[in-house]
Design a protein around this ligand. Sequence first.
Ligand code: C2O
Ligand code: CU
Length: 542
Amino acid sequence: HKVRYYDFKIEYANVSRICHSKVLVSVNGEFPGPTVYAEQGDRLLVKVTNHVHSNVTIHWHGIRQWLSPWSDGTAYITQCPIKTGQSFTHDFRVNSHRGTLFWHAHISWLRATLYGAIIIYPRKGLPLPFPKPDNEFPVLLGEWWNGDVEQIEMDALRTGGIPNISNAFTINGQPGPLYDCSTAGVYMLKFKAGKTYMLRMVNAALNQDLFFGIANHSLTIVGVDGEYTKPLTVPVLVLSPGQTADVLVTANQHRGRYFMAAKPYVSDAVPFVPIPTTAIIEYEPTTYAELFQPPVFPSLPANNDTAYGENFFQSIRSLNSKEYPVYVPQTVDRDLFFTVSFNLRACPPGQLCSGPTLTKFSASTNNISFIFPSISLLQSYYYNIKGVFSPDFPDNPPRPFNYTGPVMPNPQPKVGTKVDVIHFGSNVQLVLQDTNILSLDGHPVHLHGYSFYVVGQGVGNFNRSKDPANFNLIDPPYRNTVPVPRGGWVAIRWKADNPGVWFMHCHLEAHASWGMEMAFLVTNGKGKHQTLPPPPKDLPEC
Ligand code: C2O
Ligand code: CU
């Protein structure tokens, strides 16, 4: 296995989009940031140096960080932020995945501009479970704000209101020609007739689930969240923030130009810019006359087409082959049930609140709205520093109610830094239930330190006595980010074999900012392969 070195300089870059110039925080001046390549089993050493005024951390989304929790890059969970002038070297192995993942900033809203793809090739000797593509391209979907993203979050938290929506959606950092001032620099892919291409798809948007399609071409999904799946051919891909997919596209159309496009999949009356982001596929050779034909536009579902979205997510299956087996826990040691909710909190004294009737928007898990500690949870656990967190996160909501029934009188969430302690080696089952405490909405929930099997999902209230009978314990998808359906639930399982403190949160940045976050503390097992290693020497201090 190889050791691969990457140098990530966090620095300012001047970028113009949609008739607007700004200075943004980048890695090595690139927007989106560089692609990280690895072969399964490789060791990565990534030195992150902060040359900007903001605090930063970089997270390797979907990398399990098995026995390397200090490299997870989650601000105030596994490390303190890297301050101006400091650097920190992440040191981890890429053991458990193949396919596409991504890295992004994990502090404030900086991941709006600090993100890039991670591409992992399978271990030598493992055959690809699909025909080898002729070429591959990262396709990162994102959101662009004309304003300063750190300021947008701070303003929303200060006033208690809803944060500003983005000004554009992007494909590889480009809004595409349907936006003003955006014909230059449009992302363009060249296709040769008869060839097959792999798109390394990432939804790096902050606050929107997205539909993605290519005019006249179907998409064959062969992997999600860094693990191969049974091939699934669809007209349109659905990706929640934090999700990734390996998609094969065959160049089987007439010469000419075709749009690929993405637009929001919104399950609620959430506002968004109504212009799809587009990029162009151009067949080579294309004649001069063909270049002047307008590209063909894909047909995408209506923004609120939950039938398409739900059916899409339920159709994905693990490969479950000899080379790529699944290890779905068949028994459960910890049975957890978490509600994910919006709430209103009374405006704290002395604060200016503009929310309805002087309240603050907030969000919670089992009615607890997460508060970041001032030193990292992993450090405080490792050094046994008291008073940083409490180990009493509840296994169930405070009391059962009709979760998806009529909007409830708003119970005030509790605020706190609580963790759920899990014993090493336990098989965990977690049901995540959306609620109508304030309004129903979908939540792409992401877990650090693990991938999990999505064994079931449904609409309405989870029924503990009926629903488990229908769980898929044979070939469920293996993911790191799962959408809790609007007004519904999902059930996930994993084996807690990675000691450390692992964040779990909604990957919609607005919901996370409001407190839809919590952490699991997985205890040490016995022996060196089950125990937390000591922190690296250059781990940033708070
Ligand atoms: Cu992709 Cu906790 O993040
Ligand atoms: Cu959410």
